[in-house]
Design a protein around this ligand. Structure first.
Ligand SMILES: [Zn+2]
Length: 458
């Protein structure tokens, strides 16, 4: 239900700062081609109407039956293609790193930086700029296919090539500045603390990560999109009422013009402390029914009330980052002993080592994909259940799951879900919503005022 910024930021710090392809710009491209749109479910199917014989499986199947076979085939193909892209991204990136090392381009970039200045931190930053631009160019063919061509093929993109490429360039510039700060600091730490750098490096990276998550909603997101206060009381009143009922101190709801890049519907919770906010994207506002929007907002409030951002910042990511740095400490020494001379890398404090660092971290990230996915998916499921209880909109939730099925396969096998899904499958979500409805039928029978009416499309 969310393209969560914190997940994007995690990747941002672990990989993107080190590979320069900004995950913030990753909100993908797109063209407003409506062919991929799922039906706007406006009626609660008969089998999902409250009745003494309400059957959870039958209600779930009735919702799934509203998706035309062609739409399902299309979103299955799109999503399954994404599995392969995980592999191609990894291999393509690995080949780039190995080329930079074996052709000694990395060493040459370091030599150039050293010729330009004698000041060490500046040398590091110059190297980082060279590295960022070179990998941006070398990575372009796959990035264009994945982020532009393929998104347009599936009708998910709304941008033409020019604006899309400009977004990518903005991501590159952010990577050069923010990633540059991180890399300069980390090399400073490595050079001063040759034995314990991995621990201090991990601590600094965590602090930097927290800083990035904190500033992202206010300073980074607006670089790509316009974020405004949502001023339609018809939409904000029920949301703010739900917020008050759940002890959330929110005065405003925000909207983001995601349709600039994509047709995807989504919402997210981002930032923390003073910058924490709940944002709906304009595709959801435009195409979602009122109860669908409320169901989605209930889910987002679940992330908030269940403190998912804090749990991630203080528990999950610190573990990942420390393990990542420990792995670096061990593997960099091992690799340099064998190939350091051939790659002309003088030691761990030499910037020419960057492609090797990126390679090691990308292997780590690739292997850990199911673990990361399962962590996020577990939180998403918690937020789902919280959202159902808070919004009491199981049918709105089912509608949202179908809309999200435009870019996610609805019904994966269990192993497939474990490996590749960072959100529960659409089938699982609808099934749990119908289970919730079955257990709460009294809410839907009594007075007409209680009835989620099915939903008039705005
Ligand atoms: Zn979520």
């Amino acid at each position: 239900m969310t393209l969560r910024l914190r997940a994007a930021c995690a990747l941002f710090v672990m990989f993107v700062c080190l590979t320069t392809v900004s995950a913030l710009a990753q909100q993908s491209p797109a063209s407003s081609n409506a062919t991929n749109e799922m039906p706007s479910v406006t009626t609660v199917p008969t089998a999902a109407q409250p009745s003494p014989n309400f059957n959870v499986d039958a209600a779930t199947e009735a919702y799934l039956a509203q998706i035309p076979a062609s739409s399902r085939a299309r979103s299955d193909a799109y999503f399954e293609g994404g599995y392969w892209l995980i592999l191609w991204d990894f291999l393509y990136g690995a080949v780039i790193s190995l080329l930079l090392l074996n052709l000694r381009w990395s060493a040459m970039m370091r030599d150039l930086a050293e010729r330009l200045t004698r000041f060490k931190p500046l040398q590091t930053w110059i190297y980082w700029i060279e590295y960022s631009i070179l990998t941006f160019v070398l990575g372009a063919p796959l990035a264009i296919y994945e982020g532009y061509t393929r998104e347009r093929q599936y009708g998910l993109a709304t941008q033409t090539f020019g604006p899309w490429a400009w977004d990518q360039t903005k991501g590159l510039l952010i990577g050069i500045v923010l990633g540059g700060l991180l890399v300069m600091a980390l090399f400073g730490i490595v050079r001063r603390l040759p034995r314990t750098w991995w621990l201090w490096g991990a601590i600094f990276t965590m602090v930097f990560f927290v800083f990035t998550v904190l500033i992202a909603p206010v300073y980074l997101q607006p670089i790509f999109n316009k974020i405004t206060r949502l001023n339609d009381p018809k939409i904000t009143q029920p949301i703010l009422s739900m917020a008050r009922a759940n002890a959330i101190d929110a005065k405003d709801v925000y909207q983001i013009d995601a349709s600039r890049q994509t047709t995807r519907m989504s919402a997210n919770v981002s930032g923390f402390g003073q910058t924490m906010r709940i944002t709906l994207n304009d595709n959801l506002l435009r195409r979602g029914s009122p109860e669908e929007i409320q169901a989605v907002m209930g889910h987002e409030m679940g992330h908030y009330v269940l403190n998912h951002i804090y749990k991630d910042l203080l528990l999950f990511f610190p573990i990942v980052i420390v393990v990542g740095f420990a792995l670096l400490k061990w593997s960099l020494d091992w690799c340099l002993e064998r190939w350091g001379e051939r790659w002309q890398i003088r030691g761990i404090g030499d910037t020419a080592i960057v492609p090797l660092v990126v390679l090691v971290l990308s292997i780590f990230g690739f292997v850990m994909t199911p673990v990361f996915n399962t962590h996020i998916r577990t939180e998403e499921r918690e937020a789902d259940m919280y959202g159902l209880n808070a919004s009491r909109r199981p049918d709105g939730f089912a509608q949202a799951a179908i809309h999200l099925g435009e870019y996610r396969k609805m019904r994966p096998g269990p192993i497939e879900e474990f490996l590749f899904y960072d959100h529960p499958s659409g089938y699982g979500r609808i099934h749990r919503a119908m289970q919730w409805k079955a257990e709460n039928q009294m809410l839907f029978e009594a007075t007409p005022a209680n009835l989620p009416t099915g939903s008039a499309q705005p």
